[in-house]
Design a protein around this ligand. Structure first.
Ligand SMILES: Nc1ncnc2c1ncn2[C@@H]1O[C@H](COP(=O)(O)OP(=O)(O)O)[C@@H](O)[C@H]1O
Ligand SMILES: [Mg+2]
Length: 263
């Protein structure tokens, strides 16, 4: 990739951004800080992986990104709009349509078939058409299990259905929280291949939390959550002015130290 192409890729529009995000939880009488100051821009169509040890705050950060929880301070910006200003109704509509969520534990409804689970997010918005659900089940290689219930599916198959469900409202952003955490290594890799393939072919921004360094390496941008801060994996400390590759004059460098290579 030449310099101009790299630059174009670096300047894709921001789809989601966080600024000075802080979140603590109460444990008895003490407040335990989880996120101390998180700033990052998530750009259209790129895959961001977030690594961090258990308890580092990955799930907390993803919940804030999806508007499932509120930060103590700081902002979550969706296309430069502060989501804390959305009404409750608008926030729910935004989350349902702009964000597709994939969880470690699948969270399929046990009484519904695979097809019904996939179509559920659309039904919540009054759309009854089953056809997109079929097409998504086909895309994740599960068409032959359309009428099966989750208890009749393996873990990997349930996660494929959950990925199809996350795509049902054609969201701009996919957020996946340790999606391979309950799967064996081989099945986990297949699920990641599927998720990365769909992110690329459909141009979705993907934010993927994982504690597996091999999976993390597959992101366009590899981030690490440590000590309550989110940093680029290849650049653990803030770039100093003397570093030859530090961003020059970028108003966003405070939020998004660009990585050295673009893929
Ligand atoms: N609802 C909550 N109440 C109290 N503490 C919480 C809550 N959610 C998370 N925590 C704490 O915040 C820290 C980060 O948790 P989490 O975001 O789940 O980390 P990770 O996903 O990286 O394992 C942990 O110490 C956890 O115990
Ligand atoms: Mg977690």
């Amino acid at each position: 990739m030449n310099e101009i192409e790299s630059r174009e890729k670096a300047e894709r529009p921001s789809v989601l951004a966080v600024e000075a995000l802080q979140k603590s939880f109460r444990a008895g009488s003490v407040s335990v800080p989880v996120l101390t100051s998180v700033g990052m821009i998530f750009r259209e169509g790129l895959c961001y992986t977030i690594q961090g040890v258990s308890g580092s705050g990955k799930t907390t950060l993803l919940h804030l990104l999806a508007g499932l929880e509120n930060p103590d301070s700081g902002q979550v910006l969706y296309r430069n709009q502060d989501i804390s200003r959305f009404s409750r109704k608008r926030l729910a509509a935004w989350r349902g349509q702009a964000i597709g969520l994939v969880f470690q534990a699948y969270h399929l409804l046990p009484e519904l078939t695979a097809l019904e689970n996939v179509n559920l997010p659309a039904m919540l918005f009054g759309r009854q058409d089953a056809q997109p659900g079929w097409e998504l089940l086909k895309a994740v290689g599960m068409i032959h299990r359309s009428h099966h219930r989750p208890s009749e599916l393996s873990g990997g198959e349930q996660q494929r259905v959950a990925i199809a469900r996350a795509l049902r409202n054609d969201p701009e952003i996919l957020i996946a929280d340790e999606p391979t955490g309950n799967l064996d290594e081989e099945t986990g890799m297949e699920v990641i291949d599927l998720l990365l393939g769909l992110h690329k072919s459909r141009g979705k921004t993907l934010v993927l939390a994982t504690h597996d360094p091999r999976l993390a390496q597959r992101g366009d941008r590899q981030l690490v959550l440590t000590g309550g801060k989110l940093e680029h994996a290849d650049r653990p400390s803030a770039p100093s002015p003397s570093m030859p590759d530090s961003p020059k004059g970028s108003s966003e460098s405070r939020l998004e130290p660009e990585s050295k290579t673009f893929s």
